[in-house]
Ligand binder design. Structure first.
Ligand code: SF4
Length: 365
């Protein structure tokens, strides 16, 4: 979320009282400044040309992410969360384009890198665990060949013995037998394929892992196993993670910090306990209220209406046509970044007037 007025963005730091996991980190420019920030995104804009004008898929997103932290980005389809993270890897397909912004990974602007530089940075500094393991693995190559491909591209582990041992170690680190290296994707279950994708993502020990809905096609048991594998692998290499998803329950279990996106903007971000105990944006409240709860056994409440057009978004606060709290001012003024407490930022005119919600903590149980 950008804040041109105050020059501040949202900070995805650790929840209060949490000890940071910093082991195994490489030296960075941020280190030299004495800070713990690994990623700093400022005023990111991504747009796609259409006959009706530019579709602003990402509209001024800013946040920072500390080393070793896990940031969850949630929102409806079309809210801009996947586009935000794909932009960090310069993976926006033409005619889409990054029209403004910076994204500094350990001080180096990913968005200003040349094609050659970003190719080198992919997987060695910023890696992607894609949404569909079924579609992202090559069906005619063994797992070993696909890991080899990555290591060859980055000229790593040229010695055959060392490479074989590295591949076996990678697979074991994600809970797979070393023999899986000799199998083809069609011989693996969905959960195993997703673990292979995690193994590929950590193969070069990147500083940042992006996981774009990595468990969306899996059942809940396998989902949990894959998430545990991802956390374990992340801790081993000391990387930060951005997890993109729809599932607030999953975010409650996984993320240190949760950011909520709507119509291309980051509308709320806070440490996970804070955002579930004290959500201040009506949209966040409605997302949390839609979670099932054994404690209250309440009737499900959906969010009325549909996601707005990003070509002609509603004036003022883009959520106002669907917001139960909206007033006349909401259609006129774009809400600014309001800092409710340390690390808790909200873009709503009435964020300070909304009382803490009573029944939103169930997902954290
Ligand atoms: Fe609702 Fe107004 Fe707040 Fe937007 S600014 S979320 S419309 S109350």
């Amino acid at each position: 979320m950008s804040d041109k007025r105050e020059g501040k963005g949202f900070a995805a730091g650790p929840p209060q009282g949490e000890i940071r996991t910093l082991g195994g980190q490489r030296s960075t420019r941020s280190d030299k400044r004495g800070g713990d920030i690994i990623l700093e995104v400022r005023d990111l804009h991504v747009e796609f040309p259409t006959a009706a004008g530019p579709a602003r898929a990402v509209d001024g997103v800013s946040f920072t992410l500390d080393k070793g932290m896990r940031l969850g980005l949630v929102g409806e389809s079309g809210s801009g969360k996947s586009t935000t993270v794909l932009a960090l890897m310069q993976l926006i397909k033409a005619p889409g384009r990054i029209s403004a912004g910076t994204a500094r990974l350990a001080g180096d602007d990913l968005l200003a890198m040349t094609a050659q530089q970003i190719r080198k940075a992919r997987f060695s500094r910023i890696a992607l665990v894609p949404q569909g393991a079924m579609n992202s693995l090559n069906p005619v190559l063994t797992v070993r060949a696909q890991i080899d491909d990555l290591l060859d591209a980055h000229q790593q582990k040229p010695d055959p013995k060392e490479r074989a041992s590295h591949v076996a170690s990678l697979l074991q680190r994600v809970g797979l037998a070393a023999t899986v290296a000799n199998q083809y994707p069609h011989q693996l279950s969905g959960g195993m394929k997703q673990r292979v994708c995690i193994a590929i993502a950590i193969a070069l020990s990147p500083q940042l892992i992006i996981a774009d809905e990595p468990t969306s096609a899996l059942d809940v048991i396998v989902q949990k196993q894959v998430m545990q594998t991802l956390i374990h692998a992340q801790k081993e290499i000391g990387a930060a993670i951005i997890l993109v998803g729809h599932d607030m329950g999953l975010m409650a279990q996984f993320a240190h910090v949760v950011g909520v996106m709507y119509a291309g903007r980051l509308v709320e971000i806070a440490p996970v306990k804070e955002i579930f105990a004290n959500p201040r944006h009506p949209y966040t409240r409605m997302l949390i209220s839609s979670l099932p709860s054994f404690a209250t056994r309440k009737v499900f409440r959906g969010i009325p209406g549909v996601a707005p057009s990003i070509v002609n978004p509603p004036s003022g606060c883009a959520f106002h046509p669907r917001c139960p709290r909206a007033e006349e001012r909401c259609a006129r003024e774009v809400p600014i970044d309001d800092v409710i407490s340390a690390g808790h930022h909200v873009r709503c005119h009435f964020a300070r007037e909304l009382a803490p919600a009573a029944d939103t903590g169930a997902a954290l149980a």
